[in-house]
Write a protein that binds this ligand. Structure first.
Ligand code: FDA
Length: 422
């Protein structure tokens, strides 16, 4: 028996659940399929279990893509305020934590339950776990001129005129991430922007990192940017700079500062870290030289965390003396290096730890209004698309906004097809 639906959404994560609910509520008969037993595993683990579901201040400038303008249309038609109002209709309490980031007061489960209730309100049929074996396109199967897709699934054959791919990116494979979306894109000859892990901790060579490995667990506020080692001052000025917390780990650096910059970092490039932002290190070190009998490391320990000062001083014998005996040049060099600590990662912790995947389905082959691809009736939404948000609720906002734009388009195409057959 062949099951017939007006639209099939593959992937019951953030974007898929929201798109299916919206399309169902617009009157379409929708099937939502996921190969995992549980829906929305990433929502469940997001924001430390409290889901940073949007960012009040989200604008297109908070997203990376080969085409930075692509996200504008969808983001402007479904805003953070729209999602906030949806949460309020479901009486879900939330709070702002930091820089516009909104989190659930209780649990990420509140968002999942809300999305499932929205799917129920749209009479969405849900199949999970259910694997998809193949998707085939027939331009004119019954001679009426209407095209359709035949989907072979673990629960039988499904026929539909519209397919939405919402299978996300490659990060955290152990909770169900796959390259399904990229494979379907290739099958239909759509272009891909090479995917790579982003919002991910960076790692360093064991020997180079040895002096700092003991600092694991230390966190401090920094300014961080990335630009090539040979960048001109003008290029440096243009580089993206984040003011966030840095966290030392056994293998390298993490924390919001490094997760943010990891999306901009390219292999071979150094990261530049100001370990003492807002502190006039040259003036304070020179003043200490005039008045203090302390060792340089101890004096430094009054300006930056003591463990960091000790580790830093241990790398340079010239710093293992009283500050009063240091030359002005040595102190100014030290201040300069702390304000622009340059180090080149040897890689990242990869998809195992990455929060998102940068790259994906090339936006040149998608409509920014509808998320439909060049292949008629085939849509891509959420993280599978080459649109990646900064850390801070932006990626979910893209999931909601792209899902909403797609659901509007599914509904419009459904109506047009209905009118054509009458
Ligand atoms: P998502 O990954 O949510 O869903 C994809 C779905 O497709 C999954 O249910 C999967 O099982 C299914 N699927 C995959 N392959 C399939 C196949 N072959 N067949 C059928 N189904 C398949 N963002 C944010 O804004 N705020 C935050 O707080 C966080 N926190 C966070 C923490 C951690 C640890 C991670 C890993 C990620 C975040 N994110 C985040 C990022 C955010 O989770 C992510 O961008 C969105 O979930 C993307 O939504 P999608 O619906 O596109 O994919």
């Amino acid at each position: 028996m062949t099951h017939k639906f007006d639209a099939v959404v593959i992937g019951a994560g953030a974007a898929g659940l929201f798109c299916a609910a919206q399309a169902g509520q617009r009157g379409l008969k929708v099937l939502l399929v996921d190969h995992s037993e549980k829906v929305a595993e990433k929502i469940r683990i997001s924001g430390g279990g409290r889901c940073n579901f949007t960012n009040r201040d989200a604008t297109p400038a908070n997203f990376l893509s080969e085409n930075p303008h692509f996200c504008r249309s969808a983001l402007s038609r479904y805003t953070p305020q729209d999602f906030i109002e949806l949460l309020q209709r479901h009486n879900i309490p939330f709070h702002e934590k930091h820089k516009g980031q909104l989190f659930c007061d209780h649990s990420a489960e509140d968002v999942i339950n809300m999305l499932l209730a929205e799917c129920d309100a749209g009479d969405v049929t849900r199949w999970q776990p259910c694997g998809i074996k193949s998707i085939k396109y027939s331009p004119n199967p019954d001679g009426t001129g209407a095209s359709s897709y035949q989907i072979e699934s673990d629960r039988g054959t499904v026929e539909t005129p519209q397919v939405v791919i919402a299978t996300g990116g490659l990060s955290i494979p152990k909770i169900g991430a796959t390259d399904f979306g990229y494979r379907i894109a290739r099958q239909f000859e759509l272009r891909l922007v090479e995917p790579r892990p982003a919002l991910v901790p960076l790692t360093f060579d064991g020997d180079a990192w040895a002096p700092y490995a003991g600092l694991a667990g230390l966190a401090l506020p920094v300014l961080i940017d990335t630009s090539p080692a040979d960048a001109t001052p003008k290029q440096r000025k243009k580089a993206m700079v984040f003011s966030e917390d840095l966290l030392f780990t056994h293998r390298g650096l993490s924390g919001p500062a490094v997760l943010q910059i990891s999306s901009f970092w390219r292999e071979g490039q150094p990261v530049h870290i100001n370990l003492a932002p807002g502190i006039d290190l040259p003036a304070l070190l020179l003043r200490a030289k005039a008045h203090s009998k302390k060792l340089i490391a101890n004096e430094l320990g009054t300006l930056v965390p003591g463990r960091l000062a000790d580790a830093w001083a241990s790398t340079d014998p010239a710093l293992q003396k009283p500050v009063s005996e240091a030359t002005d040049k040595a102190l100014l060099d030290l201040a300069g290096r702390l304000a622009d600590w340059q180090l080149t990662p040897n890689g990242s912790e990869g998809y195992r730890k990455a929060e998102v995947t940068i790259g994906g389905v090339d936006t040149r082959d998608l409509s920014s209004q509808t998320l439909e691809s060049k292949q008629p009736g085939l849509y891509f939404i959420g993280e599978v698309v080459d649109v990646t948000g900064w850390l801070g609720g932006y990626n979910f906002q893209w999931a909601w906004a792209s899902a909403h734009a797609c659901a509007e388009a599914l509904s419009a195409a459904h109506q047009t097809a209905g009118e054509a057959t009458h």
